[in-house]
Design a protein around this ligand. Structure first.
Ligand code: PMV
Length: 320
C-alpha cells in the first residue's frame, strides 16, 4: 500500500478552457501558488483478484461518474506501466469538495503520486505533472510547492507544469469561506460552455496569455504589488468571460464581491493583500506574511458570518 499527501493550489493567473478536452490541453498557460492548509491523503493498493477499481472518499464509496473518472485516470497509468491490476483507493480530503477550493487539484496530485509509485513507474516531476493533468488540469500545478506555471503546450508532451522561484517577501494566503457547498456547475462543464458560447472567449485567451508573461516578470522581480494586481485582473476577466456565456455561468455571489471590496479597503490602508476566486464563491487572498495576522483580524471582525483560514505557502506532495 502506498500513501501520498498533496495540497491544493490557487490560480493566480487562471486556466479557463481547453484546446483539447480529451488530453486536457488548456487554451492558455496558468500560474499558481500551492497552499499549506488543507490536504488530500490518498492510499492505493493493487489487488490481484479485483475486476474493477474501487475506493472511498472521506469514508463514502466512490461511484458513478466520479468512479469512471478515477478509473480512466488509473487506466492511463496502467497503460504506461504495462501492468493490469485493478486498485483500491482510500482518499481523505480536508478541502471542501467542489466548492472552488481546488479539491480536485490536491486529489489528483495525491493520486498521481501514489498510483504511479504503486504501478512501479519512476518519473520526473514533469512527467508526473503530465499524468496529474489528465485527472484535473489544475492538479498538474499541485505537483510543486510554492509557485508553479502550467505551460499550455499543444499536446501531451508539451503541456506540463514546472516550478517557479518567487524572489519576493514571504507570502500567506487567507481563505474566506462564504459557502462550502458543492458548486452548481462543474468547472469542466462551465469551461466547455464558455469556450463554445461566450463571444469574448478569444479575447480572454489572448489577454490571459499576456497576463502570464507579465506575471512571470513580477515573480522574477519579487514584485507582490504587481503580481497581486495581475491576479485580480485575471480573476475578473475569467469571471467576466463565463458570465457572458449562454447560459451564463456565475460562481461569484454578492458576498464574494463584498470580500473583494474589503480587500481593496485594506489596500487603501497600505496593506499588501489581493483577492481571487476560482470556480466557486469563496475568496482567496494573497498577502504579505507581515500583513496576514492583522488583515485576518479585520476581516473576521467585518464578516463574522464567514469562516476564515490563514495558510502558509505549501510544499510539494510527499509519500508517507
Ligand atoms: O482543474 P479544474 O478542472 O478543476 O479547473 C480549475 C479552474 C480554475 O480553478 C477556475 C482556474 C485554475 O486555473 O485553477
Amino acid at each position: 500500500m502506498i500513501t501520498a499527501v498533496a495540497h491544493p493550489n490557487i490560480a493566480l493567473i487562471k486556466y479557463w478552457g481547453k484546446s483539447d478536452e480529451e488530453l486536457i490541453i488548456p487554451s492558455t498557460s496558468s500560474i499558481s501558488v500551492t497552499l499549506d492548509a488543507y490536504k488530500t491523503q490518498t492510499s492505493i493498493e493493487l489487488l490481484d483478484d479485483a475486476r474493477t477499481d474501487s475506493g472511498t472518499l472521506n469514508g463514502i464509496a466512490i461511484e458513478g461518474e466520479e468512479l469512471s473518472r478515477i478509473s480512466g485516470f488509473l487506466q492511463h497509468i496502467r497503460n504506461i506501466s504495462g501492468r493490469s491490476e485493478f486498485a483500491r483507493i482510500v482518499s481523505v480530503n480536508t478541502v471542501p469538495t467542489a466548492a472552488g477550493l481546488a479539491s480536485s487539484a490536491s486529489g489528483f496530485a495525491a493520486l498521481a503520486v501514489a498510483a504511479t509509485q504503486a504501478y512501479g513507474l519512476k518519473l520526473s516531476q514533469r512527467e508526473l505533472s503530465q499524468i496529474a493533468r489528465r485527472g484535473s488540469g489544475s492538479a498538474a500545478r499541485s505537483l510543486f510547492g510554492g509557485m508553479a506555471i502550467w505551460n499550455a503546450g499543444t499536446d501531451d508532451r508539451t503541456s506540463f507544469a514546472e516550478q517557479l522561484q518567487w524572489h519576493g517577501e514571504e507570502l500567506e494566503v487567507i481563505v474566506g469561506v462564504i459557502n462550502a457547498n458543492r458548486k452548481h456547475t462543474s468547472s469542466r462543464e462551465a469551461m466547455r460552455n464558455t469556450a463554445l458560447t461566450s463571444p469574448y472567449y478569444s479575447s480572454w485567451v489572448t489577454s490571459n496569455s499576456d497576463l502570464v508573461l507579465e506575471a512571470l516578470e513580477a515573480i522574477k522581480s519579487g514584485d507582490l504589488d504587481r503580481l497581486g494586481k495581475l491576479t485580480e485582473l485575471s480573476t475578473m476577466r475569467m469571471h467576466a468571460v463565463m458570465m457572458a456565456a449562454n447560459p451564463p455561468v456565475r460562481y461569484l455571489e454578492p458576498e464574494s464581491l463584498q470580500l473583494f471590496d474589503a480587500v481593496l479597503d485594506l489596500r487603501n490602508l497600505g496593506k499588501k493583500i489581493f483577492a481571487t476566486a476560482d470556480a466557486g464563491p469563496n475568496v482567496k487572498m494573497l498577502c504579505s506574511a507581515e500583513d496576514a495576522e492583522y488583515t485576518l483580524h479585520l476581516l473576521q471582525e467585518e464578516f463574522p458570518n464567514f469562516s476564515f483560514l490563514k495558510s502558509k505557502v505549501g510544499g510539494p506532495p510527499r509519500v508517507l
